[in-house]
Ligand binder design. Sequence first.
Ligand SMILES: [Ca+2]
Ligand SMILES: [Ca+2]
Length: 81
Amino acid sequence: MKLNPIIAAACLGAAALGSAAMAQDLDTDGDGMYSMEEMLTAFPDLTEATFTTADANGDGVIDEQELAAAQADGLIPMREG
Ligand SMILES: [Ca+2]
Ligand SMILES: [Ca+2]
């Protein structure tokens, strides 16, 4: 079976929309960063040690790249079940 390129593109678009919605949902004060408080809302099991590890540049907040990296490392769970 061949993959219809139009359907494939639509799937990619939906995935991109989904991730943007997720980020907006997490970042409740809209500053573009995820504080410990915001992270706890999404990930109640998150510990301060995990947060500090995920905060790769040590500025005290998690940005989108740090979150993606932490999730890729299995440090922070993916949200969609
Ligand atoms: Ca924020
Ligand atoms: Ca950071």
